[in-house]
Design a protein around this ligand. Structure first.
Ligand SMILES: C[S@@+](CC[C@H](N)C(=O)[O-])C[C@H]1O[C@@H](n2cnc3c(N)ncnc32)[C@H](O)[C@@H]1O
Length: 257
């Protein structure tokens, strides 16, 4: 089943689950697990097409980490809720492209903005669409829809990496989490941006405080904060990552300077 870029709603996304593939494709040809975390130094090609993408985003301090995370886990299905100019989305896509991974990457956004991101015009979607179709056409899919509309396109237990970065009000982000959690695969990962932002009206920090109490997690405080949650089980790879976390955290924080 072929799914084109800029998908229209009304079709079920072919995921690893309904294709009968394994959860994470994190095995090398010989079957050996890729357990070594690599600190890579990629060229983000999207930045060469439009430098506003990195400049505009509060996410820019996490691009190198996200790239290395995708390289490490090699997920089959990546979904992002809230893409805007695409800093986070295209950083993950760059890892898929460079690693020639079999991942499919879905960006969900209305591309009209929200009260925190601000409301914006069609040039944002047009730019994201050009980058998607020129640099990452093999595996990117833009779903221009609300999160509530798009969720029914994904099968339960089918997404390995879910990034939630929509409207940051507490009720909104809690709703997005509850709605999309069933779609996460076994051992899947959910990332939340803005967990360090305590500006009035922002509530990701509050949801994060309650989630990290009861579930395995890792977190960054820099660049508005990034929470990495493992709500449906952990693998040996998580244990390795957790063990190295103090050193890795300091490393990625230092890149922001
Ligand atoms: C904080 S921005 C995303 C930033 C982006 N991840 C980055 O790397 O710069 C939030 C985006 O979520 C979108 N958004 C918020 N709530 C939404 C919803 N319920 N459905 C679809 N899009 C939504 C907005 O249009 C906006 O573009």
């Amino acid at each position: 089943m072929h799914v084109a870029n800029n998908d229209r709603l009304g079709i079920l996304i072919p995921t690893t689950k309904n294709l009968g593939l394994s959860c994470f494709a994190n095995r090398m040809a010989g079957g050996e697990l890729m357990n070594e975390w690599k600190k890579l130094n990629p060229i983000f090609e999207y930045d060469q097409i439009d430098s506003r993408i990195l400049q505009h985003s509060a996410w820019r301090g996490h691009c190198r980490f996200a790239y290395d995370l995708i390289h490490y886990y090699q997920p089959n299905t990546i979904v992002e809720l809230g893409t805007h100019w695409g800093t986070s989305f295209f950083s993950m896509c760059q890892a898929v492209e460079d690693g020639k991974l079999p991942s499919s990457c879905y960006a969900v956004d209305t591309w009209v903005g929200d009260p925190h991101a601000g409301h914006y015009g069609n040039e944002v979607y047009d730019t994201v669409s050009v980058i998607s179709t020129t640099i990452y056409p093999r595996f990117t899919h833009l779903l221009r829809a609300t999160f509530d509309e798009a969720v029914m396109q994904f099968e339960d237990d089918s997404i390995q990496i879910l990034h939630i970065d929509g409207f940051h009000q507490y009720d909104a982000v809690s709703h997005d989490y509850e709605l999309w959690l069933p779609k996460l695969a076994e051992n899947g990962i959910i990332m939340f941006h803005d967990i360090s932002c305590h500006t009035p009206g922002f509530g990701v920090w509050k949801l994060w405080e309650s989630l990290k109490e009861k579930l395995p997690s890792l977190q960054f405080e820099h660049s508005s904060g990034l929470g990495i949650l493992f709500p449906k089980g952990i693998t040996e790879q998580y244990a390795i990552l957790k063990n190295q976390w103090p050193e890795l955290k300091a490393y990625y924080e230092s890149l922001e300077a």
